[in-house]
Design a protein around this ligand. Structure first.
Ligand code: ADP
Ligand code: MG
Length: 250
């Protein structure tokens, strides 16, 4: 499988001196689903932010799509277009329609960001509608986003990410705001689409059982370091203790 993302020896220290990452390396192939697990504060979000160009690593390198990210405007634009994000709190615009929210995924393709909203092309609208169809919300296209349930809102978040036609999906705790049953349903649906479309996905997951169920590979982060990598079946209690600490009793 061709390699899509290569993160080498990444370190990040925030301006206040917090060493959030200390030498993390990982590789992701096209079509692969990799989950990152670890305690709150372990550095999972910082790692995703370094990959999508939001945070500049203090050390180490990121290679995406055969290109070393050199943090100039051109390479950041490339990252923003090719990497789509799914957020814990959905980040929808509540008073806009479901379709308008999904069209936001097409923004990075606009030649001018100041263009008015109604200037999305027919093709943009078709892509957005197709994304809504995939996630099973086409019938709700004209509802206000705020009228939807939490699970439906995150499905809109997924549709927006798909409409971007990204090469890589990054999801930071995509289902932590949902109740366990809805979380499983939404993540299951998401993973099904991702597998069908052979999209590479990197996600931070809070719930170990979801990581086990829906990943090809899992990476354990502790205090800014990658302490374990392996297959879902290899995630034993001993491994979980090495990631979460001896107190772990899940
Ligand atoms: P996780 O996503 O695993 O909970 P984070 O990447 O958010 O971990 O945080 C890693 C560490 O960096 C934590 O100690 C956190 O408090 C710290 N941190 C996160 N964001 C900032 C920031 N903007 N400024 C300073 N410290 C931060
Ligand atoms: Mg986080």
């Amino acid at each position: 499988m061709p390699r899509l993302l290569m993160v080498d020896n990444l370190a990040h220290t925030y301006p206040d001196g917090t060493r959030a990452l200390r030498g993390v390396s990982l590789a992701l192939n096209r079509g692969e689903i990799l989950s990152i697990i670890g305690l709150s504060g372990a550095g999972k979000s910082t790692l995703l932010r370094c990959i999508n160009g939001l945070v500049r690593p203090t050390e180490g390198s990121v290679e995406f799509d055969g290109r070393t990210v050199d943090w100039d405007a051109g390479s950041l634009r490339h990252l923003r277009r090719m990497i789509a994000m799914i957020f814990q709190h959905f980040n929808l615009i509540g008073n806009l329609s479901v379709l308008s929210n999904v069209l936001m995924g097409r923004l990075s393709y606009q030649s001018c960001l100041m263009q008015p909203f109604y200037s999305f092309s027919k093709r943009d609208r078709e892509i957005a509608a197709a994304a809504l169809d995939k996630i099973g919300l086409l019938n709700e296209w004209d509802k206000r986003a705020s009228e939807l349930s939490g699970g439906q809102q995150q499905r809109v978040g997924v549709a927006r990410a798909l409409a971007q036609e990204p090469r890589l999906l990054l999801a930071d705790e995509p289902v932590s705001s949902l109740d366990p049953l809805t979380a499983d349903t939404v993540l299951g649906h998401f993973v099904k689409i991702v597998r069908k479309e052979k999209l590479a996905t990197l996600m931070n997951l809070h719930a170990v059982e979801l990581a086990r169920k829906y990943s090809d590979r899992i990476l354990g982060v502790r205090e800014g370091q990658c302490v374990w990598q392996g297959l879902p079946d290899e995630l034993t209690t001993a491994v979980l203790k090495s990631i979460y600490g001896e107190e772990y009793d899940g």
